[in-house]
Design a binder for this molecule. Structure first.
Ligand SMILES: [Zn+2]
Length: 376
């Protein structure tokens, strides 16, 4: 057990005086080539391009108008004004025939924002967050940044200096934009301070940086992964270390924790549940029973066969990988359980055969399996 715990990486705490200044550190994380066609680092002005699918910038729906709009297939304010003035709302050919005036055709402000009036730190913070959101494939809406920066108090030193009331003062879209930026900055600050977001028993997804799920190739930015349901310290630490080293997606890790919590609840009733080195096959049969009868803790209804099989699969993969990573040395019997879930082998030990029967009941979906193995 001590070997398992000793393998746990300790939180990396660094004295604040050793840290480079937040602003300097963050500036060092910026991509100097970010959106070279749109961002001007000399003037600190962003001008959205209609050619970038990650920018909400489009030409006005009127064919001859070169004004920019932020919603696809919409009219700029000047063309909209003329459309109403000419009572052309119902005219399908307005977009093709309207001849806009020269003056408004030049307006491009809709797709722009400037960070020039902001302090260097706030500017760096917003730029960093926008760059990170590009990696998440979040479409940049210039007007949202424009409105947000207009709402920031004059002379603000850092977005972290804003009062809690600031978020409440924003309207819905603004507040979503602000939260989206802060999600990136909170994670960056954790990295800057060198603290370990995986040290505790509840992980904040926006800090740990795991991918959201299969087919969702972006970092999860919301929710938590809760290990507190794992009641044995050894199982909790092994599961957390598995999350750190394997770095599964958030969805996979939640499944793994759910599966482990079924095993954990079963081990509570066993005399050596907290002592992995003393666990025997009989304890594993209790775990098998628990999977066979697992119920949704919210509804108390038994899980369906498919879900039960999926949970058992997660438990097996967890055990196999944890064993390969050397995390299960103190719980060799538990680790051997994974092998029993694999392809059939010639089992000379009748206890193993009976354990297989119990497992078959889980995998085969028979809810009333014969022979409760706990009586061995
Ligand atoms: Zn127009």
């Amino acid at each position: 057990m001590s070997a398992v715990l000793a393998a746990m990486p300790q939180p990396r705490h660094t004295e604040p005086r050793d840290l480079p200044h937040w602003s300097e550190w963050l500036a060092g994380q910026l991509d100097p080539y970010w959106r070279a066609d749109e961002w001007n680092s000399e003037t600190n002005v962003f001008a959205g391009s209609v050619d970038n699918p990650l920018t909400a910038a489009y030409y006005c729906r009127v064919v001859r108008c070169t004004a920019m709009v932020e919603a696809f297939n919409s009219f700029c304010s000047a063309c909209e004004y003329h459309r109403r003035k000419e009572k052309a709302e119902g005219r399908a050919d307005f977009a093709e025939t309207h001849q806009p005036g020269v003056r408004h055709a030049r307006q491009i402000g809709k797709s722009q924002f400037t960070l020039a009036p902001l302090s260097a730190t706030v500017r760096t913070e917003i730029l960093y967050a926008l760059q990170q959101r590009d990696q998440l494939k979040v479409i940049l809406v210039p007007a949202r940044i424009r409105c947000l920066t207009a709402n920031l108090p004059a002379g603000l030193g850092s977005l972290f200096d804003l009062s809690p009331g600031f978020l409440a003062s924003l309207e819905k879209l603004q507040s979503a934009t602000f939260r989206g930026l802060m999600d990136q900055l909170v994670r960056a600050r954790t990295e800057h301070e060198g603290s370990d977001p995986t040290a505790g028993d509840i992980w904040d997804c926006r800090l740990v940086g795991l991918l959201a799920g299969k087919g969702r190739e972006y970092r999860a930015t919301a929710g938590t992964i809760d290990f507190t349901g794992l009641r044995q310290a050894w199982l909790r630490e092994v599961t957390k270390e598995y999350g750190r080293q394997v770095r599964p997606t958030v969805i996979e890790l939640r499944f793994t924790v759910q599966a482990a919590s079924i095993a954990s609840a079963a081990l509570v009733s066993r005399p050596y549940g907290d002592t992995p080195g003393k666990l025997q096959l009989a304890d594993m049969s209790t775990v098998v029973d628990a999977f066979r009868t697992a119920a949704n803790p919210k509804t108390r209804k038994p899980y369906g066969d498919k879900h039960r099989r999926a949970l058992l699969g997660h438990w097996r993969r967890f055990l196999e990988r944890a064993r390969l990573l050397g995390l299960m040395e103190a719980a060799a019997t538990v680790a051997s359980f994974a092998g029993l879930l694999g392809p059939p082998q010639r089992a000379r030990d009748t206890r193993l055969t009976r354990l297989r029967l119990g497992l078959a009941a889980v995998v085969g979906g028979r809810s009333h399996a014969p022979a409760r193995a706990t009586s061995w």
